[in-house]
Every structure is written in C-alpha cells, then in structure tokens.
Design a protein around this ligand. Structure first.
Ligand SMILES: *Cc1c(COP(=O)(O)O)cnc(C)c1O
Length: 467
C-alpha cells in the first residue's frame, strides 16, 4: 500500500483515484483519461488544488458552504461533541441535547406553523422521508388511495430511488427503474427555453395550471402532494415568473393537497431570507432542508412538518428512520452554523448589500454577445447562453456542448462556475465580499470571451431549433 498524502504528486493521486474511486454523475473512463482535479484546502471562498492554484468557488462547493470554508468554530464544536457524545440513536425512546436544540431552533426559524423536524443525513433521504410521510399522513386520515405525488420535469430532489423519482431528470429515470409508481410530472416554469411567444407572466400561469389539469385527470381524491423547489437549482437556476407561485398556492389550497417546498438549496439565506418560501411568498406544509443547514461541514438534512401534518402522523407509528437521524455531531455543527449566520447577520447582508451588488454586476454580463438572459435571486444566479438573443434560440450543437466549453474556460481561469446544458450557474458562499464579486465577474467575462472566440473559430454560433 502506497502512503497517500497532500504531498503525493497530482498525477499519482489522479491515477489512484481513477483506479479505486467511482465518482457521482460521471463517466468514469473519460475522467480516468483526464484526471480529476484534486482539491486540498479551502478558506473563505477560495479553494487550493494539488498544483497550488487558488480557485474562486462560485458554487459554494455544491450549493452548500453558505458561511464559507475554514470556520474554526465548527471544527471546535465538532471536536467537543465527539468527545462528549459521538453517537447515540433517537429510535428507542431516547434523545440527546444537540438534536433537541437543533429541532427547537429550526422550529423557531421556519416560517408559519412548521414546528416539527424529522432528521435525515441528506436532502435525498429527507425527500424519501417526505414520500412516505405524505402517504402515511393520508392513510392516517382514512384516505389510503391518496398516494400520487406531483412534481415537475427537470426538478432535482435527490438521487435515492424515491427522491430520484420525484425529480424530473430523464437521464436519471433512464437508469435503474425509476420513477417508482404514483409519481406524476408536469412542465417546469422555464420561460427562457420553453415559453415560446407567451409573455413570462402568461407562461407562468399556464405552467401552474398544468398542476390543476393533472389533479383533475388523476382525480383530486388520489393526489397526496405537490413538491417543488421555490427556485429550481440543479435544473439550471430557473427563477419562475412572478405569476407562477401564487397560482400554485391557489391550486394546492383549492384541492386540499399538501405542498412540499424543497428548500435544500434555497434555505439558510441563499435567496436573502432564511427560506426561499419567504422570498417567493410560499406557505408549504412540509419543507425539505439540507446543504446550507450545516454549510456542508457535516452531512445532515431534514423534513420540517406543519403542526397539522405532525399531529396527524403522531397518531401512528411511522416505521421509518435512519441510524444517523439527528446525529449529535451533525446537529451540533448545524447549530453552530446557524449561530454564525445569525450573529454575523450574513443573511441581511445578502438581502441588502452584497446580494444587490452581485445582481447588478451579474446582470451587466447581458451585454456580452453570448448572454441572452441573467437571472438572479440573492446568491443564486444563471446566464442563458444563446447564438441569437432576439429569438432565445438554442445552439445547433447538442444542448450542453457550449455550456461545457464555457465551463472549461472558467476552470482554466480559476473560477468554479457550473453549466446545466447551456446555462452557466453560480451559487457562491453567502460571505463573498464585493471585491471577490468583482473577481468573479471579471473571470466570468474572460471565460465568456474565450468561449465566444472558440465558437467563432469553430463555426459554432449557428442557431438550432428546440427539440
Ligand atoms: C442537492 C439537492 C437535493 C439532494 O440533496 P443531497 O444532500 O445531495 O442528497 C435535494 N433537493 C434539492 C433541491 C437539491 O438541490
């Protein structure tokens, strides 16, 4: 066995990684040829790789490092908790102080009457909990046939069999027998790609009314719940038209179906409020949280239930749970993360200061010949790349080809910006400074310029047609 450390040469690390580590959402044989980038350290918004490059992380890891990297307080809390009580379960009529404290804190922070927390280790697991919770809820109310959950195409709700079924990623459905039965998908409120000649407002209404059509087709007494991200994240940071959510609310209320807001990305300050539901005026019955809950320092997720849902479920034994539900170390770290968000008033700064600044700078990129639209709320944004701004046309090349080229230019310029098909997306740490925002925009523009030059040189600026 070779000894492996941060001093091991990059090429050796990459070879061992390729030999023994299978990466998520990756074609292994392609990555093996290229070699994975090895990240060794991080501080604030900056990553360091094994070659010593300093990279601005405009994705906060994977939408999660809301308070930034390198916060010693979280390390100290974790070390103390590991010494005091590294693990105990919450199954058999036992509990512990960190899980009590975090549940109470979340009940205080969550809007409305969302006051009861069921813990998981990730967003995927929490959404699997939600599937079983809403079906068990309706069974407890004497309506066991109310088990259909409506979701949206191009939604992302996680990667377990249940949560992956809720999600609307066709590439995921194609592998391994998803979706599970009684999950139904409707269209997404993605005006730029799918709105055609409708105004954004009319399109938002039309897409919301697909929910009503689906409920009537399936039968109102068969629909248990509707699940959606307030703003789609992994689908490409798609901000719905203003008409969308009020109409969704009207419909869920009229037919008495539960509304699940998947706040895994939009929670914990990302949109300038504690939860995206507050920013978008949504009143959910259940909220899914993860990622920013611990700023990614520990794996933890949860479902927060309304008083009515919790009281109904309280009547039955809910045969569900994870060994690490409410893990004491993860709970302690999440609490410390929340304490820092509050004490340093980070969310107010996003809402009133750095958020508006980022919005202004990000929207300035729309003068670039490739950028058809800049959408941004708080600290999550996207750029639509197009060869023809007037018609919002896609490129002739397969969707994602140009986005990938642009992403590679960002990588080369030491900026982490992701692409979803031909949308470039950002979700930086909430602690990003104005100076760092300037660097982000400067590097993004340089990368767009280089991408544009590449497209010109290779005759790739021709518009195609939407599938
Ligand atoms: C990331 C994500 C999930 C899944 O969370 P994991 O912790 O990766 O399991 C669920 N919903 C949304 C909206 C997400 O962005």
């Amino acid at each position: 066995m070779v000894s492996i450390s941060t001093n091991t040469p990059t090429s050796e690390l990459q070879a061992i990684d390729a030999a023994h580590h299978m990466h998520p959402f990756t074609t292994a044989q392609d990555l093996a040829v290229k070699g994975a980038r090895v990240i060794t350290r991080a501080e604030g918004c900056w990553l360091t790789d094994s070659d010593g490059n300093r990279i601005l992380d405009a994705m906060a890891g994977l939408w999660c490092v809301n308070i930034g990297y390198g916060r010693r307080e979280l390390a100290e809390v974790a070390a103390r908790q590991i010494q005091d009580l590294p693990f105990y379960n919450t199954f058999f009529q036992t509990t512990h102080v960190p899980v009590i404290a975090l549940a109470a804190k979340l009940a205080e922070l969550a809007p409305g009457d969302l006051n009861t927390v069921f813990f998981a280790n990730s967003g995927s697991e929490a959404n699997d909990t939600n599937i079983r919770a809403v079906r068990t809820y309706w069974a407890a109310k004497g309506q066991p046939d109310r088990n259909v959950i409506i979701s949206r195409w191009n939604a992302y709700h996680g990667s377990c069999v249940g949560s992956g079924s809720l999600g609307g990623m066709t590439g995921m459905h194609a592998q391994g027998g998803m979706p599970i039965p009684d999950i139904h998908h409707i269209g997404q409120p993605h005006w730029y790609n799918e709105g055609g000649d409708l105004s954004p407002e009319d399109f938002g209404l039309a897409r919301a009314r697909e929910l009503e059509t689906a409920i009537l087709e399936i039968g109102p007494d068969r629909v248990a719940a509707f699940i959606a991200e307030p703003i789609q994240g992994a689908g490409g940071v798609i901000v719905p038209p203003a008409s969308y959510w009020p109409e969704i609310q009207r419909i869920t209320k009229q037919y008495g179906i539960l509304l699940i807001a998947d706040e895994v990305i939009t929670g914990f300050g990302r949109t300038g409020n504690w939860f995206g539901s507050e920013t978008l005026g949504i009143t959910p019955d259940i909220m899914t949280i993860a990622k920013g809950l611990s700023s990614g320092y520990q794996p933890i997720g949860a479902s927060i239930l309304s008083d009515e849902v919790a009281a109904t479920l309280a009547q039955v034994e809910f045969n569900h749970g994870y060994t690490y539900s409410g893990h004491p170390v993860a709970c302690a770290v999440a609490l410390e993360n929340i304490r820092i968000l509050e004490e340093e008033d980070i969310i107010t700064r996003v809402r009133e200061d750095t958020g508006p600044y980022l919005k202004k700078r990000f929207e300035s990129l729309t003068d670039h010949p490739l950028v058809g639209e800049a959408s941004i709320v708080g600290m999550m944004g996207s750029l639509a790349l197009t060869p023809d701004k007037a018609t919002r046309a896609p490129f002739e090349a397969e969707a994602g080809t140009v986005g990938y080229i642009c992403r590679e230019r960002c990588f080369a310029n030491n900026l982490i910006m992701r692409h979803v098909y031909d949308r470039m997306i950002i979700s930086p740490p909430l602690t990003i400074s104005k100076k760092e925002i300037d660097i982000l925009i400067e590097r993004a523009r340089k990368s767009l310029d280089e991408c544009y030059a590449h497209l010109q040189a290779n005759d790739m600026l021709k518009p195609g047609t939407r599938p």
